[in-house]
Design a binder for this molecule. Sequence first.
Ligand SMILES: [Zn+2]
Ligand SMILES: [Zn+2]
Length: 154
Amino acid sequence: MSDLLNRDAYVKRFEQFLDVKKMRKTPERFAILRCILAFQSHFTIEQLAQSLELQTYHVSRATLYNTLQLMIEARLVRRHVFEGLPVQYEKAGNTPHSHLICTHCGKLKEVRDNDFIAFMNARKFTAFTADFYMLYVYGTCNTCARKLKKQKTK
Ligand SMILES: [Zn+2]
Ligand SMILES: [Zn+2]
């Protein structure tokens, strides 16, 4: 489904996007993109800032936020708002997956669900073309389930 197969594809799409928007291709914007591509999974704006600091790039939170907004618009990045967790981001080209969120400890797990992916790929909607979907499953992780059980038996 995604054409974002490698790092070059992200860079190219971002360049094209900035061209169309008549925005400058600043080194800062591409340093942020490189950092994002290094994350295997989800990240928060804080984690992104830390990762940039390690490369001695000082970018204000406002710039980070604005750049992430641009990348979301360019369909390079997706934003997740999970209940009870700070806002998370991830690369748009990650393989499709579902998110399991524990409502007790906030632990987040990604799972690949082939049946669900096949179902969604085959699903047709009236007067609507689907680009992508995000599935959030809220529940209780095993660790929390054990703790809760112990509390009950006390
Ligand atoms: Zn838990
Ligand atoms: Zn994810």
